[in-house]
Design a protein around this ligand. Structure first.
Ligand SMILES: OC[C@H]1O[C@H](O)[C@H](O)[C@@H]1O
Length: 325
């Protein structure tokens, strides 16, 4: 499905990176409630930016397209963080003001609550984005703004790049918005809440398959500890999650989606790509900070080989690794 080619980048991540202010708390407070923070950390984040970093760590050449604020040192920090993962930054441009910021509360079981303050306007500059897309095989975007995303999708298709989107509840809170997005995308990733909000249904392969009729060639739904499902053509894949000790779920979905793309771009079949991605995501949740647990290819391969040995030795699947606390 994904065109091979002499393009320089497998993945172009469209979207501003964020500063993530992460509070570790025993539990996420309700309205009018107060809890003590156990730890406060400052990390690099942002959904598309995280996907670029995870993909690059897994060996897929990746570039970022977005803006950082130039008012303080945060912009330099975010650019340096991209570079540490090997993500190309020539299309990350400084703008006046602070960086986009997310406040994230991570509770004891690794689950989180998140407030996101984006930069005003769009990162989009048609000339530079067209240039970036011509050098990329897939562009990955969070389509918060429909008009902006229509322009990105149009430019991508003119440049011969596939369009992958990440649909969470804030992106498509209802079926009408989803119907507007689907014809503009080739690959659609949902999280569980995003699928429920956008379709009004629970995620099953039967509920997912009809979405292929509206445009995309591949639809993937990741559901955390409940695993993932995917549909493509006549294929359906159901992939269980790998057990892991959950410390911080932030960025695990980004790692999962990056790994699916990295393996498909490498020529893997869908089922293998999903299994690899499930293993990668189970490693990603073991450290605090969206990107801190992102594994490289060797770490994922080692985990899969341990899983295979457990099956070979006993003829049945064993839970391996520390269990969730
Ligand atoms: O997908 C995780 C990301 O979402 C939020 O935008 C945070 O920046 C975090 O890094």
């Amino acid at each position: 499905m994904i065109p091979p080619g002499p393009r320089r980048f497998g993945l172009l991540a469209y979207g501003d990176p964020n500063i993530d202010l992460v509070f570790a708390v025993d539990r996420v407070p309700a309205a009018d409630d107060k809890v003590l923070g156990r730890h406060l950390g400052r990390h690099a984040g942002g959904t598309a930016a995280n996907v670029a970093c995870a993909a690059a760590r897994l060996g897929l050449p990746a570039a970022a397209y977005g803006r950082v604020g130039r008012d303080d040192g945060d912009g330099d920090f975010l650019v340096t963080e991209f570079q540490c993962f090997g993500v190309a930054v020539q299309w990350v441009r400084p703008v006046a003001g602070p960086c986009a910021t997310a406040l994230i509360l991570v509770q004891g079981d690794g689950e989180k609550a998140l407030v996101y303050a984006p930069l005003p306007g769009w990162p989009l500059d048609k000339a530079t984005l067209a240039q970036a897309l011509e050098q990329s095989r897939v562009v990955y975007a969070m389509p918060y703004d429909l008009a902006e995303f229509e322009a990105v999708s149009r430019l991508a298709r003119a440049a011969g790049a596939l369009v992958a989107i990440d649909v969470e509840a804030a992106v498509a809170p209802n079926p009408e918005r989803l119907a507007a997005l689907l014809p503009l995308a080739d690959i659609v990733f949902f999280n569980e809440g995003g699928f429920r909000a956008a379709t009004g249904l629970r995620p099953t392969t039967d509920h997912t398959r009809p979405l292929l009729k509206q445009g995309p060639r591949l639809v993937v739904v990741s559901m955390g500890a409940r695993g993932a499902i995917a549909v493509q053509g006549d294929d359906s894949v159901i992939q269980p999650a790998f057990p892991a000790r959950a410390v911080d779920a932030t960025g695990a979905g980004d790692c999962f989606n990056a790994a699916v793309l990295a393996r498909l771009l490498n020529g893997d079949h869908l089922a293998n790509a999903l299994r690899f991605a499930a293993a990668a995501a189970s490693l990603a949740i073991t450290a605090i900070g969206a990107r801190a647990g992102f594994p490289d290819h060797e770490a994922v391969a080692a985990m899969l080989s341990t899983a295979d040995q457990a099956v070979n030795n006993t003829g049945q699947v064993h839970h391996f690794g520390p269990s969730k606390t």
